[in-house]
Write a protein of this length. Sequence first.
Length: 453
Amino acid sequence: MSDSPLAHTVASLQPRALSELAELVAFKSVADPAQFPRSECEAAANWTADALRAEGFEDVALLDTPDGTQSVYGFLPGPAGAPTVLLYAHYDVQPPLDEAAWVSPPFELTERDGRWYGRGAADCKGGLIMHLTALRALKEHGGVPVNVKVIVEGSEEQGTGGLERYAEAHPELLTSDAIVIGDTGNFRVGLPTVTATLRGMTLVRVRVDALEGNLHSGQFGGAAPDALAALIRVLDSLRAEDGSTTVNGLAADATWEGLEYPEADFRKDAKVLDGVELIGSGSIADRIWARPAVTVLGIDCPPVVGATPSVQAGARALVSLRVPPGTDAGEATKLLAAHLENAAPWGVRVAVEQIGQGQAFRADTGSPAYASMAAALREAYDGEEMQTSGMGGSIPLCNTLAGLYPEAEILLIGLSEPEAQIHAVNESVSPQELERLSLAEALFLRRYAESRA
């Protein structure tokens, strides 16, 4: 890493960064009151607001967004005439899934094998700490050279669109010249990467009903329509024989132009078991960055333990569909719903309810801010050149910001490299990546200010 005074300051701030990350990870801030108390998200929001106030931010506010959650906003004034940069992160996290599968408690930041483990450590509480560290370092070296707005979302993982709708209703709030979204990650640890594209998403709940109530499988099985079996057939219709996503009317043949993802590396990153084939066709990059991908996130049906010999009257599933740039998420939702309804066997009743939606995003990597970021990453990563990649995940706010502020330059960086295993058990963050990216962001803000002078 760079041997500059700024780099030494960032390094000296790392103990504080990890201490604060531990405080943040301790909040069980899953933005779903059916799983965790709303008070956990409120506590994380208040921690964030206090941290911004302590750094001299003005107009710090907890914004009540239309989905019932809170986003945190603050403004740090810079020199007169300086450009304005918006820094984004989110404090809400995915649920921990099977807590017993975690090697260490999911809401207790734990050091192991040179990484720090805990839910949200990389996605995206670490992103907030990255922003704070960069700003603190700059304040020790002549001050922050730009106006800074910070927005920390409270429901990004739920995809319920609260901040998007709030921003649309208050377009003046987040207006800026450049936007740094701290919610993606390097293609690999040590390889500085900006994300050029994001897939959009739609999330639906599908319910199948066949009977007025459960029936004895011995007395009625064989003739009575089984709702769970019908649901399985409906879900199976979403994939071709090779596992490719097949939603009627939805194009699935696009190709990725850019950084490729070697299959051996992908198998290792995804921890695919020996002898198990990958699904889909085309290159790995085609499949995860340029084409739609359906995933069954959950099924409501009787658990194996305690199940009775019954024909099921009803069953439901939660289905996610990732859609690539160039595909409208609203149209994809309609196609998915129609496909699910048309795939129903035996005349069973199918109801599809949309839960969340977000548009895909494509960045303008030729903008001047990217030149500043490339130089900053090169210095922070000891001469490694910046790479651009896609990301299969979704950040719905990106398209909202691009629509509201078409002149703003949007850059996506972050801590969610493959080893981070975000959304899975044993999520972790690399302290080295946190340090390097904090330095890179500080260098970017300095270089961006100089380019706009």
